[in-house]
Design a binder for this molecule. Structure first.
Ligand code: ASP
Length: 331
């Protein structure tokens, strides 16, 4: 079914989209073989994350362990300037990290925001899920929790990030230049039992206001999973993605029968309609539907997905929405 048809059928039927099962075998991805593991993540550095997640499953780890271990690869890599150690700092030169993890079966989740002094915020988010009655801890409270959980504090500002900050301050001596774009690592995993988990980790926007939190650690915005419908993660302008509950919206469209690509396109449309910046917004999503169908979509050029199927992982360029739909009017 083509996107336009999906929309028209949706409009004609009100909320009465096709049942998910009716879409199996439709264009946009093939239904999964029973028991197949499917992993999808954002950006080329997602490849290492997918491979680590797959290895974790093969070693007997849970789906939750796998998404956690997966995204830790980027947190540990100082050459990646948007995640963990190596991430660019806020306008005061301090690295503040955000991360979240969610289990799509139990709906348990954990998140930390504006965490300082820990290279692996996803581990702290996992500890929130496992050991705290709360879902989200921020700033000093998140740090206190991390310390109580026995995580060691570490330097989080890499030499390269410090140099980039110093250069930025030369251009903005008052420390008040605009925040700049970034690339979050988000990962969705479907295991052989049909169980979906998601994780996100980021240093957020470079040069952001201290304490600024984007979509990435917020359930429903930067990530969302429901075993009955699917899972989705986002990257891009966090404020814009948050405004429309981006990842939740993608999962809800899939629940109503949309393919992942259709669900993402509808969500990109919603963002473009709601934002004064229209299609200039940076927003990209990757998703897995409960039947294993995957999809990726991006408002602008340059986005890549890392996709793992049948045990092998490839990085694929994702065409910009406007290039895919050249004759679409702005809905
Ligand atoms: N979504 C992230 C944030 O707003 C940044 C990104 O993924 O580019 O913090």
């Amino acid at each position: 079914m083509h996107r336009r048809d999906f929309l028209l059928r949706g409009a004609a039927a009100g909320a009465g989209f096709l049942a998910s099962t009716e879409l199996q075998g439709e264009p946009g991805g093939s239904p999964r073989n029973p028991g197949e593991i499917v992993i999808i993540s954002t950006w080329p550095f997602g490849k290492a994350a997918n491979e680590a997640a797959l290895q974790t499953l093969e070693d007997g780890g849970s789906a939750l362990d796998a998404v956690e271990k997966g995204v830790m690869t980027a947190e540990a890599d100082p050459s990646i300037q948007s995640v963990g150690f190596g991430g660019l700092p806020n306008r005061s030169g301090v690295v503040e990290l955000d991360a979240a993890i969610q289990d799509g079966r139990s709906f348990e989740s954990g998140a930390v925001c504006s965490l300082q002094g820990y290279r692996h915020p996803i581990q702290v988010a996992r500890a929130v899920l496992d050991h705290s009655p709360h879902l989200v801890l921020v700033g000093a409270g998140a740090r206190e929790f991390a310390t109580d959980q026995g995580f060691p504090t570490e330097e989080t500002l890499s030499d390269k990030a410090r140099e980039a900050y110093q250069n930025w301050r030369k251009k903005h001596p008052d420390g008040k230049g605009p925040a700049a774009g970034h690339d979050t690592l988000g990962l969705v995993l479907l295991n052989s039992d049909g169980h979906i988990c998601v994780a996100c980790t980021t240093s957020g926007l470079a040069w952001k206001h201290p304490g600024r939190v984007g979509d990435s650690p917020l359930l429903g915005h930067g990530l969302y999973a429901d075993d009955e419908a699917g899972g989705c993660v986002a990257t891009g302008d966090g404020e814009e993605i948050t405004r429309v509950c981006g990842s939740f919206l993608v999962v809800e469209w899939m629940r109503k029968g949309a393919t992942p690509e259709e669900a993402i396109e509808e969500t990109l449309n919603r963002i473009a309609r709601r934002s004064p910046r229209g299609r200039d917004v940076h927003a990209s999503f990757v998703a897995i539907r409960a039947d294993g169908m995957t999809g990726a979509g991006s408002m602008r050029k340059g986005f890549h997905q890392a996709l793992t199927r049948n045990g092998s992982t490839e990085v694929l360029s994702v065409p910009a929405y406007v290039d895919r739909n050249p004759h679409e009017d702005q809905r």
